[in-house]
Design a protein around this ligand. Sequence first.
Ligand code: FAD
Length: 488
Amino acid sequence: MIPDTWDQECDVAVIGFGGAGVAAAVTAHDLGAEVLIAEKAPKGLHGGNTRVAAQGYLNTSSTEEAIQYLTALCGPYTVPARMIEVWAEEMGQNNEWLAGLGGDPQEHQHPPAGIEFPELPGAQSSHKFHDGPVLGYGKTWDRLESFVLERDIRVHYDTPARDLIQDPHSGEILGIRAETAGKPLHIKARRGVVLTCGGFENNQELIRTYLSGVPYCFPQGTPYNEGDGIPMAQTVGADLWHMNNFAGPTMALKVPEFPATLSMQALHFSKEFPGGMIVVGPDGRRFADEKFKNRHGKVPMNGVWRPMALPCPMFMIFDHPMLASGPLYNTEPNRGWTAMMDRYPWSDDNSAEIEKGWITKADTLEGLARLLGLDGLALDETVNRWNAQVAAGADTDFGRTLMLNPLEKSPFYAVELSPAMLNTQGGPRRNERSEILRPDGTRIPRLYSAGELGSIFSNLYQGTGNIGEAFGFGRIAGRNVAAETPWG
Ligand SMILES: Cc1cc2nc3c(=O)[nH]c(=O)nc-3n(C[C@H](O)[C@H](O)[C@H](O)COP(=O)(O)OP(=O)(O)OC[C@H]3O[C@@H](n4cnc5c(N)ncnc54)[C@H](O)[C@@H]3O)c2cc1C
């Protein structure tokens, strides 16, 4: 409903202060628009996944090759050719954009790295960059944030957007209803609204509805991305796309006391620890190479890449030498939401986590199985089979090559693992102008989007692509919304 009076006014309201929000807000501002950002998280916890990401962003070296690569990544999914072209053109301008605002992409320093699917055509055009000489937690984000803070852009923290306000006759988006301190805040947006409020990583209902193969899944990044942009856009008539695609799943520990997942060091694809460790499903059997370096959750199957199949609940089973080798969780400043803490309080000897029940301990495998509700005979057979394979020097079931150590020295331990993900890709469908579309392909006037909320990635994902895309489509949204004729 259109309010009688508005609490605040601006030309452009940007919903969400992450990477896409920065690109949209700064671009619109520099074109002369009065910009306001409404951010759900309190100050200090804002920045979304962009802040807690690994800080790499994509810059492509050849538009033609980038078109080939993204087309191949999409596989059977069809993304309009014009959309892919525009994406490729914008991805080649990310360094220039960052540098133009005072950032430092260190272009000469970065050889091509992190190509996710080198076997696909055009892959060699993908280059990973970050701001400044050091790739550190939050460093690229710090630079992005400074672009907003040094401009006359109003930021409302702790102010989630709840609804888009639409003219019932013209369908135009006139502003938003946000909430601050439990009270409504009606913000008039004279030129338009840009949705940059991230994905649905922390919304179990949407996960169950849209992500196949995972009965539940938890974020590695910000817990504030709860898919709010999806019903907001649907309510004003938006179509959705890429809802079943996500950067995951992987396996991690989720405890009720903490809003995001904690990664277990022993599952890292390159780290070796003493002692025995396997992961079993609810039938007490192994189901995968626990140390496989998947490609953002995708694993090979019969010649194609598919999301990793995870039977829940899953348990990481390990023995005393592994427990005694140090904290199970990496206590160094880390990426992911845990990076928001100076040092996540995990005890050096894992004893506090045993006390809290995060780690289950038993003197025998049979006792451990009983505590976990697993079939003791099955777990015993699994461990015996693993130990025999280790003794013979090869995991003939799943081809694991790392940490081929017997699991034999009691006490035995377990951690329940959950599917985890970096981010979802689905959301309202947008076009090459970053306009949000209805199912019939027409635009919803004055409504734009950018970032992982309705990402272009439909199938396979190239790492650093999300932040790269957030920059590119954020700029496009900023340019086009700033060019709208103000209403009222
Ligand atoms: C651990 C980790 C590592 C990653 N590493 C990389 C990497 O190196 N390179 C890469 O390209 N991608 C990486 N990704 C993915 C990438 O970080 C995200 O996809 C990307 O940053 C999304 O940017 P965004 O601006 O769309 O969303 P976000 O950065 O998540 O920002 C969304 C913002 O919207 C806010 N918000 C949510 N709901 C509302 C609401 N109702 N009203 C107002 N505000 C709202 C959130 O609080 C948040 O601040 C990683 C992700 C994780 C979790």
